[in-house]
Design a binder for this molecule. Sequence first.
Ligand code: A3P
Ligand code: MG
Length: 476
Amino acid sequence: MSLSLGTIIPRIFLGHVNTSQYDDVATFFTLTHVLQPRSCFISHYKLPYTQNLKTHVAFVSKFDHTCSYPVMEEEADTKQKKFDFFCDPDEKEEEYSKELDVAVRAVQMACSLCQRVQDTLISNTTRSRTNHQVHSKDDNSPVTVADWSVQAIVSWILSECLGSENISIVAEEDVQTLSEANASGLLEAVVETVNQCLAEAPRFGVQKPIPALGTSEVLEIIRRCNSIGGPTGRFWVLDPVDGTLGFVRGDQYAVALALIEDGEVVLGVLGCPNYPMRKEWLSYHHRYHRIISKLTPPTSETWNKGCVLYAKRGSGKAWMQPLLHANKMFVWPNQAKQVTVSSIDNPALATFCEPVEKANSSHSFTAGLAHSVGLRKQPLRVYSMVKYAAIARGDAEVFMKFARAGYKEKIWDHAAGVIIIQEAGGVVTDAGGRPLDFSKGLYLEGLDRGIVACSGSTLHEKIIDAVDASWGSSSL
Ligand SMILES: Nc1ncnc2c1ncn2[C@@H]1O[C@H](COP(=O)(O)O)[C@@H](OP(=O)(O)O)[C@H]1O
Ligand SMILES: [Mg+2]
């Protein structure tokens, strides 16, 4: 018998067992809805990565309704205790550690790819840019060689390191434009960018493809990121270049990767290639940062460039590590430091951030909210999910987004940022105070008015109340 994700075993199973009959040692078990009436007393349990099914088993199966028998609450308690016995803290620590390790390496590589492409973009003339590097999507938003290339390398790395049969990815880009007859130059540029990046894979502890990937392979790894998400199972969510407008303007952008399981974000990794250690640089255009770094050689070169933030569900911790510098080897955890949200809860001292583009969020509505709750500082307008990173790092206290009526927020624009803020100690909800729902497919269906992320509940409650008080008179 081969166990795989979603396998239903029609009985509760605790204790040691001879599992030599099972040939997949990295099998993952989903444990939701196990014991009625306590339908979710354990959400997930993964066999420790370092251990092996043959020597250790402590799992509770998912109940198959057709085969299940009623379990009394008392019995459930006993089984819970037995289960806890097997689930020691070290094992809990290890939950998702392999996935996290791979995801961080993939995002590190993606950031380095993006930095290279952004450097050429901003040093090139407008003419060559429009011809080869920046394209317009149907909604007029830009897409670049970097968007497709990052999607390709992340798709490839996840499949190579975690097994392609286990990988389902929801991502922003498709292959339609790349497959058009007149797109051969663009496709060639993507294939070259992908292979240039993957040639560096060994520095990040990932094997490189030998031989280099061909055009059809690159198209295929981009194309297969076509999952549509949903309420059950496990899938990755990727925004290869979030804030593409910021990216083409030489400003802030992010690479965002998250893992969702049964509708809940369990892992988030956010690469912010232009967000260095120093928080004050966030307020300036990246051009300023580039000039300053040339004029004053940094004392701690490792932290100068940008960072990768990450967090695992339920750990109560969020981390930040510097981007890997040229010629260095990636060694986990790559100097990671824990980050926590700001302790400021006085609105007069708080900084709020929002999208740069007023087409993406109403600046006038947030100005009214800021006034009514007593936020005194000028808004910090930043492209992309770097705003989520700013809250998690404690560099800002509030993020608000109120898109025009009818706009549907996509899961890849929020998943990684939400879990990182939450694990760093912050609060993220819709404007009705409800958690964002990642279980409904590609969009945050049912989102109430807008998104409010705060460093703490005092500020959060004030803003939610202010939204209620002023929504009726707004034009949104
Ligand atoms: N009309 C609109 N309203 C709200 N958000 C929008 C929008 N058009 C695009 N966006 C989203 O806003 C993201 C950019 O965020 P921000 O405005 O905070 O920089 C875009 O991500 P991409 O750049 O990945 O497409 C896109 O998903
Ligand atoms: Mg985006």
